[in-house]
Design a protein around this ligand. Sequence first.
Ligand code: NI
Length: 189
Amino acid sequence: MTVLDILTLGDPALRQVATPLRPDELARPRWQEFCRDLVQTMRHANGAGLAAVQVGVHRRIAALEVKDNPRYPYKPNIPLTIAVNPVLTPLSDETFENYEGCLSVPGLRGVVRRFRYLHVRYLDPDGAEHEQEVSGLTAGTWQHECDHLDGLLFVDRLVDSTTLTTWENFERFHKAAFVKRVKAMDPPR
Ligand code: NI
């Protein structure tokens, strides 16, 4: 397995839209190995998620995993998920304001409005179809990763550029109120 290089803001490759994989392509060793490398790279960088586009591969694959993440200690855990050709469908118009960061935007965080309840459909690396409903911060993570597959970064969706903050100043000025607010959100329906 290989730890891949993560592209950063300003690299034009982050702005390209990724294409779906056919199941017969997905079964090939090249893509099986890529899925493993994507997970290893995400874990190496302590990411909550990592999209193929972020390592310069323009296919619709994203990895997600939150396990007591040091970058996001308040995030609910997400079991390791490798989502191929993910499709997100909001379950209502309801949104919330999420503080996001990104391995491709080092050092910065900012507030993005996200759907609160989502239906998620994707293939796993074995080609099996999965469906689930997610909410809150986990729904935010899914939307963030799927945005990467469309060449979008959280900075494109800021509710207001004045919400941009360094990680240090997030901790100092914004974290307490944010964590209180997201913990007060209702449990999922
Ligand atoms: Ni990101």
